[in-house]
Design a protein around this ligand. Structure first.
Ligand SMILES: [Zn+2]
Length: 58
């Protein structure tokens, strides 16, 4: 498998891990954006303090 299609990838805003949205079920919609996480633990950390992790949050 090649690993060059960066358009399909995003990063976990909490820990910075690269995640593949198509394979990842840990996500949350916030301010009309979808955020993907490597684990439920990171999702919960984001949910508790989104302003800490989201640069676009104001
Ligand atoms: Zn994570």
């Amino acid at each position: 498998m090649e690993d060059i299609d960066t358009a399909t990838k995003t990063h976990d805003p909490v820990c910075g891990t690269a995640v593949e949205p198509e394979r990842n079920h840990c996500h949350v919609r916030h301010h009309d954006r979808l955020y993907y996480f490597c684990s439920l633990r990171c999702l919960l950390a984001f949910a508790e303090a989104p302003e800490r992790y989201d640069d676009a949050y104001a």
